[in-house]
Ligand binder design. Structure first.
Ligand code: ADP
Length: 515
C-alpha cells in the first residue's frame, strides 16, 4: 500500500485514518471512514482499488467532481471512466464497452445511473473488487443531504453475487448518522474509523450584527483579492445581495437552483477559474466544488443544522491555509428555518428531529463556548475538547455573568424529576407553568417547581445549553440527566460563568432550601 501511495500519488506517508481504513477494506470488512474535508478520503478507495485485481466502483452524487477525479487518475496512467448525465449517448456507449472489456480500474457513477437495470446487468458480469460510497451521509435519512436514490443503490449492491469489498466515506456524520449508515451497509461498530474533524486553518466566527449588509460590504471590500462565498437562505436574498455588489462594482457571480443550467455552469466555472473572486449563492452551490483557495465563507443567514453549516463553511481553506467561516444571523432566521421544517412534506418523526437539529444550530449561534469545540462535540461527543483560542467565542469571551445559582437550581430540579424528563418539561417545571400534565404528574408539588419563574423559556434554554455544553448535563433522546461532575456545582466547589444574557431577576429563591 505504501508503495502504491508513493508510486502513484507521490506521498510519503498515509494521513490519519487512511491506513486503518485501507487495511480493513483489504481485509474484506465493510468500513465507514469519517474524515474532514480535505482529509484525503479518495486515497482510501484509490489505493486499495489499485492494489486489487479488478474494478472499483465509486458511487458519488457529485457529478461535477467526477471528471476531475477521472482526469487525475488518467494522468497517473490509470484506466478510469465516469458515467453520469453529462455524457452523450456515444460517450456512454464507449464507457460501457470499456467496462465490459474488463480493462477498467475505476468507474465513477451517479446513484441514478447505478440503478438502471442495464447497468446492473452489466456489472453482474464484471470483476468488481471494491465498491465505494462517497458522501455516504446521503445514505441516511438523518443526514443533512438525504438522497433516496442511494437507498435503491444499496439494495442493488447487496444483491450482487460477487465477494466485493465495501467502503463508505463522509466528512459530516453524527453518531446517529454513522449508526444508520452502518446498519444499512452491514458495517460493524469496530469498523468505523473516525478521525478528528478539526481543521486548524479555519477560524469560526458568529456575529449577530443588525447590520448584516454593511458587514458583508465592508468585509468583501477589505478582502477584494481573496476568493469567498456568501451563502443566503433564499434565492431572492441571493439576487438582492448580488445586485448590491454589482452596484458597488464588486465583481461577483450568483448561483441558485432557479437559474438556467448554463448560467449556473458559467458562474461555477468563473469562480473555480478565479475569473471572479466572489460567489453569492444558496446552498445549491458547492456540492462538488473542489476549489482549494476559498479564503472565506460567510453565511448571511443561519443554516438549518450544524451538519449543513460545517459542510458549507468547510469549503473554505481546503489548501490548508488560514481561512474564515463567519456566520451572521438574526432571530428572524430562526422563524424562516422553522417555516421550512413545518412546511416540508416529511413525517412527524423527521420534523421533530429537524427541530432538534435546528435547536442545536441556534445553540451554536448563542453559545459563549468555543465554537470549534462545540462543532466537534456535535459530531463526536467522545472527542476530548480543547478551546481553539481562535474563534469569536474564545477571542471575545466576556463571561461575566455568574450563573452558579441558576445552575444549582436546574440540577436539583432535574434530579427531582428522576432524571427522566425532556428539556421542554424541565423548563415548564422550572418556570412553574400550570399545565394538566404537570399537575397529573404531581410536579407542581416539587420544591423546585417554579424555581426559575422569572426567566423566559429562551433564557432557560440558554442556561440548560451552557450546562449541557460544559458537560454537567447529559442529553440522550432529549432527556436530560445530571452528570457525575455536577456534584462540584451542587457543592459550590465551582463557579459557572456565562455571557450576560438577562437582567438579574428580582426575586431570588434561597438555594439552601432545595439542594
Ligand atoms: P477529501 O475527499 O477528504 O475532501 P481529497 O481526497 O480530495 O480529500 O484529498 C485532499 C488533498 O489531500 C488532495 O490534494 C490529496 O491528493 C491530498 N492527500 C491525500 N492523502 C494524502 C497523503 N497521505 N499525503 C499527502 N497528501 C494527501
Amino acid at each position: 500500500m505504501q508503495n502504491i501511495l508513493q508510486e502513484y500519488f507521490g506521498y510519503q506517508q498515509f494521513r490519519a485514518g487512511q491506513k486503518d481504513i485501507i487495511d480493513k477494506v483489504i481485509d474484506h470488512r465493510p468500513t465507514l471512514g469519517v474524515m474532514p474535508t480535505g482529509g484525503g478520503k479518495s486515497v482510501c478507495y484509490q489505493v486499495p482499488g489499485l492494489y486489487l485485481d479488478g474494478l472499483t466502483i465509486v458511487i458519488s452524487p457529485l457529478i461535477s467532481l467526477m471528471k476531475d477525479q477521472v482526469d487525475s487518475l488518467r494522468s497517473m496512467g490509470i484506466n478510469a471512466e465516469f458515467l453520469n448525465s453529462t455524457l452523450t449517448s456515444k460517450e456512454k456507449k464507449r464507457v460501457e464497452s470499456e467496462l465490459v472489456s474488463g480493462n477498467l480500474k475505476f468507474l465513477y457513477i451517479a446513484p441514478e445511473r447505478f440503478n438502471q437495470p442495464q447497468f446492473i446487468q452489466m456489472i453482474n458480469k464484471c470483476n468488481v473488487q471494491l465498491i465505494a460510497f462517497d458522501e455516504a451521509h446521503c445514505i441516511s435519512k438523518w443526514g443533512h443531504d438525504f438522497r433516496p436514490s442511494y437507498q435503491e443503490v444499496i439494495s442493488h449492491v447487496m444483491s450482487l453475487p460477487h465477494h466485493f469489498r465495501l467502503v463508505a466515506l463522509t466528512a459530516t456524520a453524527t453518531k446517529e448518522v454513522q449508526e444508520d449508515i452502518s446498519s444499512k451497509l452491514g458495517i460493524a461498530p469496530n469498523d468505523i474509523v473516525e478521525t478528528s474533524i478539526k481543521r486548524e486553518n479555519l477560524t469560526f466566527k458568529v456575529d449577530n450584527t443588525y447590520q448584516r449588509l454593511n458587514f458583508v460590504k465592508d468585509y468583501v471590500k477589505q478582502h477584494r483579492n481573496q476568493s469567498g462565498i456568501i451563502y443566503c437562505s433564499t434565492r431572492k436574498q441571493v439576487e438582492q445581495l448580488s445586485e448590491t455588489f454589482d452596484d458597488l462594482e464588486i465583481d461577483n457571480v450568483m448561483y441558485h437552483a432557479g437559474l438556467p443550467k448554463e448560467e449556473r455552469a458559467n458562474a461555477q466555472r468563473k469562480f473555480i477559474d478565479d475569473d471572479v473572486k466572489l460567489a453569492v449563492a444558496t446552498n445549491a452551490f458547492g456540492m462538488g466544488i473542489d476549489k482549494s483557495n476559498v479564503r472565506f465563507v460567510i453565511h448571511y443567514n443561519m443554516p438549518q443544522d450544524i451538519e449543513s453549516y460545517y459542510q458549507e463553511a468547510g469549503r473554505a481553506g481546503r489548501d490548508q491555509l488560514d481561512s474564515e467561516c463567519i456566520l451572521l444571523y438574526s432571530d428572524r432566521d430562526i422563524d424562516l428555518q422553522k417555516f421550512f421544517i413545518s412546511s416540508s412534506p416529511a413525517d412527524d418523526e423527521y420534523k421533530e428531529k429537524q427541530g432538534e437539529k435546528l435547536r442545536q444550530m441556534i445553540q451554536y449561534t448563542k453559545t459563549t463556548k468555543c465554537l470549534e469545540a462545540m462543532m466537534i462535540h456535535y459530531f463526536n461527543p467522545d472527542e476530548k475538547l480543547e478551546e481553539c483560542g481562535r474563534c469569536s467565542s474564545c477571542v471575545q469571551a466576556e463571561k461575566n455573568y455568574n450563573m452558579t445559582t441558576e445552575a444549582q437550581k436546574i440540577l436539583s430540579c432535574i434530579a427531582r424529576l428522576k432524571q427522566n424528563e425532556k428539556r421542554n418539561m424541565i423548563i415548564q417545571v422550572l418556570r412553574g407553568e400550570e399545565t394538566n400534565q404537570i399537575s397529573n404528574l404531581g410536579y407542581n408539588e416539587l420544591s423546585t417547581y417554579g424555581i426559575l419563574k422569572n426567566y423566559t423559556t429562551n433564557e432557560c434554554h440558554h442556561l440548560l445549553d451552557e450546562l449541557r455544553y460544559k458537560g454537567y448535563l447529559n442529553e440522550h433522546k432529549e432527556i436530560l440527566s445530571v452528570d457525575q461532575s455536577a456534584m462540584d456545582v451542587l457543592r459550590g466547589n465551582v463557579e459557572i460563568m456565562t455571557t450576560p444574557f438577562r437582567t438579574k431577576p428580582t426575586e431570588i429563591v434561597d438555594i439552601q432550601t432545595i439542594t
